[in-house]
Design a protein around this ligand. Structure first.
Ligand SMILES: Cc1cc2nc3c(=O)[nH]c(=O)nc-3n(C[C@H](O)[C@H](O)[C@H](O)COP(=O)(O)OP(=O)(O)OC[C@H]3O[C@@H](n4cnc5c(N)ncnc54)[C@H](O)[C@@H]3O)c2cc1C
Length: 391
């Protein structure tokens, strides 16, 4: 090992110790439940504020925008410690991971000054307005229209599956400013204040009873042209950048998966299944997959630090979503009928939460671009296979 590498390792170890001590002192006792209701939202905002004041809100943001400008490996260490400490799920990922970096790249100085500080301090919560009833994987088919009227855009249409839509202060969205047949050339990327008259947010109740996402309807919603990111009709390029962040940001830490496996092992033990050969094989297979994932992330981090950002965003998305789904599928088999009980006291501690997580794990194969679409990307852009036929 070179002296430089040894110093880097020492610096990372010091960083890990700093984070661990801070989290031990600050993580709210018992964690925080998912922000489904307004009551708990305040507690999540307070936690985000605590992170912000300590300088940990956005390690990946450059220092000039209030971030820490941390290297990828320092960020991975932070994520590992964050999961290990059982700290609350991050509240404003739409702002921190998607809107923020897009504004940094495409925003004017005024736009940066207005939006970036409020994302960092969690004063503004953000949601993503891309999908529509007829435009999911085929996003360029979107129909929500925006017509120029003086220095405003007048928006009409509907978005769907808008995560956090009912709590959001701002939406980064895509609207059609070209004619209906203009495909990806007639799309504009615009920031929309969710309190603007004409916006109607309707929560969608999911199979687990929660309302994590919404439909958002727009009726003559007037948005200043000054809120457009990049050029009018030039929003496709801006959006592709945001989607890259969404998939690549999926360098989820392996520690999350280890925590899930530890919980699974507790279920197995307390249900007397520790000697079951099939269960043991499943656990071994999953543990191996987590180790492979850990090293895969290590490699993509090293590549990225050398300036090579290839199609690994799609690999990562495929890998973490499949692992999340498979771990929860095995858990449901182990819990069997107990998984149906809605009350932890009659079942096993954590079983109800596991069931909720299982339902959500089904969605990981869909959001951030479905896994079939990721496979298309990999086959076309990595393997060089023929492009899929388009009508
Ligand atoms: C939990 C969750 C949160 C979400 N949050 C948001 C959000 O905040 N904002 C937002 O804008 N959207 C959000 N979405 C929507 C998500 O981006 C879309 O569901 C996704 O892009 C798929 O679109 P779709 O549902 O219209 O399915 P479709 O595109 O209609 O796909 C249906 C099926 O066909 C397959 N398919 C489609 N095209 C192809 C092809 N070319 N080749 C092979 N297979 C194909 C798909 O893989 C899928 O299995 C969220 C979704 C979920 C589940």
């Amino acid at each position: 090992m070179t002296t430089a590498a040894r110093q880097e390792t020492r610096a990372l170890a010091e960083w890990r110790a700093e984070i661990r001590a801070w989290l031990e002192a600050n993580v709210p006792e018992g964690g925080l439940p998912d922000p489904e209701s307004g009551d708990i939202l305040d507690a999540h905002r307070a936690w985000e504020r605590t992170l912000f004041e300590a300088g940990y809100a956005a390690l990946h943001w450059p220092v000039e925008y209030g971030g820490k400008g941390a290297d990828l490996d320092a960020r991975i260490v932070f994520q590992e410690e964050y999961e290990r400490a059982g700290a609350p799920p991050r509240m404003n990922l739409g702002g921190l991971m998607l809107a923020g970096p897009t504004i940094m790249k495409y925003g004017t100085p005024e736009q940066k000054e207005f939006w970036l500080p409020a994302i960092l301090s969690c004063e503004h919560l953000w949601c993503q307005g891309f999908s529509e009833p007829g435009a999911g994987s085929d996003l360029a088919n979107l129909r929500t229209s925006a017509v120029l009227d003086g220095d405003e855009l007048v928006i009409n249409g509907q978005k769907i599956w808008t995560s956090g839509g009912m709590h959001a202060d701002w939406m980064f969205g895509m609207v059609r400013t070209g004619d209906p047949q203009s495909g990806h050339r007639g799309i504009t990327y615009v920031m929309i204040d969710m309190r603007t008259p004409g916006i109607d947010v309707r929560p969608i109740k999911q199979i687990n009873g929660q309302t994590g996402f919404s439909e958002v309807f727009f009726t003559d919603v007037r948005v200043p042209v000054a809120n457009v990111m990049g050029e009018l009709n030039g929003g496709w390029q801006v959006a592709m950048e945001a989607l890259g962040h969404e998939r690549g940001a999926g360098r989820r830490t392996y520690v999350k998966f280890l925590n899930d496996l530890a919980q699974l092992r507790e279920f197995v033990t307390s249900l007397g299944q520790a000697d079951d050969v099939g269960v043991r094989e499943d656990l071994g297979r999953l543990l191996t997959a987590v180790s492979v994932y850990r090293h895969h992330v290590g490699r993509t981090v090293a590549d990225s630090m050398r300036g090579h950002d290839g199609p690994e965003a799609s690999y990562n998305k495929l890998y973490w979503s499949e692992m999340t789904a498979q771990i929860h599928e095995v858990g449901m088999r182990v819990l069997a009928a107990r998984a149906e009980l809605q009350d932890d006291e009659k079942s096993l501690p954590g079983a109800k939460q596991w069931q909720d997580n299982y339902w959500f794990s089904r969605a990981t194969r869909i959001f951030a671009g479905t896994n079939q679409i990721q496979k298309n990307i990999i086959s076309e852009r990595v393997l060089g296979l023929p492009k899929e036929p388009r009508r």
